[in-house]
Ligand binder design. Structure first.
Ligand code: PEP
Length: 251
């Protein structure tokens, strides 16, 4: 079901103690504030089970930032979707541009990860987005379409409805350079149209499409005001409870 969502991606930040502190601070604050959207925090793997014990799952969902593209076995250092699920987490961020760029995750690998996440009852927060050169060459629509087609369009409509999409123009991630509300709406509408072309308008209307890229309390409201922007995936500003709460308050 389409929901407004604000999801944090802590990336490789916070010791276990610091992460637990932040989760507690958010839990206490949001319990009083009663957010008008679904709130999710994406923590490092080692934080997941502790954070799941602290937060009320109705108030704050917990997400991993990745999972392995194998079910189990001799893959030293990897963490499977089943293991993520066993911590109590309900979500997994897949295809973040940093994973695509630094760990060579391609559309085919992300297709496998998506299948494993769904098989294990996790909701994928599936990231797509173009790099600056692709936008400058006017290839951004084509790139985003192929990321969706090659990793997700094998899914049945019922499974597709379990996916959350996060459009993150790579040139806006961690750069302080945000897409304008018009650029965000234009791409989100294109994504929804692409989904409607494959699964029909009714299914497309049920999918939450988040914007990510230098979203902060000062610009969240105008980004989220767009009809096809259903919230945000937040990096830097999710590391401080006050900033993250400021973005949540945009709904
Ligand atoms: C992200 O990494 O998903 C992200 C959106 O980062 P930032 O908000 O820091 O640009």
């Amino acid at each position: 079901m389409r929901q407004n969502i604000v999801a944090g991606n802590w990336k490789m930040n916070k010791t276990l103690r610091e992460g637990v502190e932040l989760a507690k601070e958010l839990q206490n604050a949001l319990q009083a504030e009663k957010p008008n959207c679904r709130v999710i925090i994406g923590t490092p793997f080692i934080h997941l089970s502790e954070v799941c014990k602290i937060v009320d799952p109705e108030l704050i969902g917990v997400s991993a930032q990745n999972c392995a593209h194998h079910e189990s076995g001799a893959y030293t250092g990897e963490v499977s979707a089943e293991m993520v699920k066993s911590t109590g987490a309900g979500y997994v961020i897949l295809g973040h541009s940093e994973r695509r760029a630094y760990y060579h995750e391609d559309n085919a690998m992300l297709k496998t990860k998506t299948d494993l996440a769904l098989k294990n009852g996790l909701t994928p927060i599936f990231c797509i987005g173009e790099v600056l050169e692709e936008r400058e060459a006017n290839k951004h629509f084509e790139i985003v379409k192929s990321q969706i087609e090659e990793s997700l369009f094998h899914l049945s409509a019922d499974d597709f409805k379990k996916i959350v999409i996060a459009y993150e123009p790579v040139w806006a991630i961690g750069t302080g350079k945000t897409a304008t509300p018009e650029q965000a709406q234009e791409m989100h509408a294109f994504i929804r149209k692409t989904l409607a072309g494959k699964y029909g308008q009714e299914v497309a209307n049920e999918i939450s499409i988040l914007y990510g890229g230098s979203c902060k309390p000062s610009n969240a409201r105008e980004l989220f005001a767009n009809p096809d922007v259903d919230g945000g995936l937040i990096g830097g500003a999710s590391l401080k409870a006050d900033d993250f709460r400021g973005i949540i308050a945009a709904f």
